[in-house]
Design a protein around this ligand. Structure first.
Ligand SMILES: C[S@@+](CC[C@H](N)C(=O)[O-])C[C@H]1O[C@@H](n2cnc3c(N)ncnc32)[C@H](O)[C@@H]1O
Length: 244
């Protein structure tokens, strides 16, 4: 009997941003769950599962075989976007790793990005790095979402190839919070930033107590705390309006 794949809430949401009419590559696909899930659901979908490490590469190969999907999920061993062939047009998913690693995968693979129509990124931390990289490599953020799954809060960032070379000009504040997340602040968004405010506060206190002070970092953290205070005050204002 063939294995049937079910996805976590986080991966289900990521899957919802993939256009199943076009092939996609899941870069860093330790068990190939996302490609196998979508190929099981949709008979004409084709996917690549890319892995840099041998252990996860073999796990991905195992899942694909157990699902009987060898003809539609191609498991490839390699670093980041190097698994994509020349002129292979793809959407790319890079999920479940830090934002700086996602940024470096985009940077190292920038030549391949010409053939990438859409990037769906889910950084576990340092989301700003991903937004900066997408902007740098001419991708336009078109959607963002934030969700909580098993006690963790995740952001998903979707970006399309900027065909018209329209100038990307996200402000520092938008790069920090996410332009779409800022426009539609949900309870989970507020929960994340309440937690991050306390984290920022602790780091700022440590920096202030240090013998050698990094004034640039202190100024950056102070500015970010000010922004967080502002967005949290939006929640307080909305709460007040609700009570009148
Ligand atoms: C924590 S797992 C996330 C798996 C899956 N994408 C998810 O979101 O559940 C990260 C995977 O990315 C792989 N990885 C890390 N750097 C990579 C790179 N440069 N290229 C391809 N895979 C990479 C790791 O080997 C690991 O299997």
């Amino acid at each position: 009997m063939q294995k049937e794949i079910t996805l976590s809430k986080r991966l289900t949401k990521i899957a919802s941003f993939i256009d199943i009419a076009e092939p996609f590559a899941d870069i860093g696909s330790d068990h190939a769950y996302l490609p196998c899930f979508l190929c099981q659901k949709h008979a004409n979908t084709f996917a690549v599962a890319g892995e840099v490490n041998e252990g996860p590469f073999y796990s991905a190969t195992y899942t694909v075989q157990a699902c009987g999907l060898q003809d539609r999920v191609d498991v490839r061993l390699g670093d980041g976007l190097e698994v994509l062939k020349e002129n292979e047009r793809m959407q790319v998913v890079i999920a479940g790793m830090g934002g700086s690693l996602i940024r470096s995968i985009l940077e190292k693979g920038k030549k391949k990005l010409n053939n990438v129509s859409r990037v769906i990124a889910q950084p576990n931390i340092d989301e700003r790095d991903v937004r900066i990289a997408l902007q740098e490599f001419s991708f336009q953020i078109t959607e963002e979402t934030i969700l909580e799954d098993q006690g963790h809060i995740y952001e998903i960032i979707v970006a399309e190839q900027n065909k018209n070379n329209k100038k990307n000009s996200l402000t520092d504040r938008e790069l920090f919070f996410g332009p779409y997340l800022l426009k539609n602040k949900t309870d989970i968004f507020y929960k994340k930033w309440k937690h991050n405010y306390l984290h920022h506060q602790r780091i700022l206190d440590q920096m202030m107590r240090a013998n050698v002070k990094n004034e640039q970092k202190i100024a950056q953290y102070s500015q970010e705390m000010q922004w967080i205070k502002e967005v949290l005050s939006d929640e307080a204002a909305a709460d007040q309006r609700r009570h009148f």
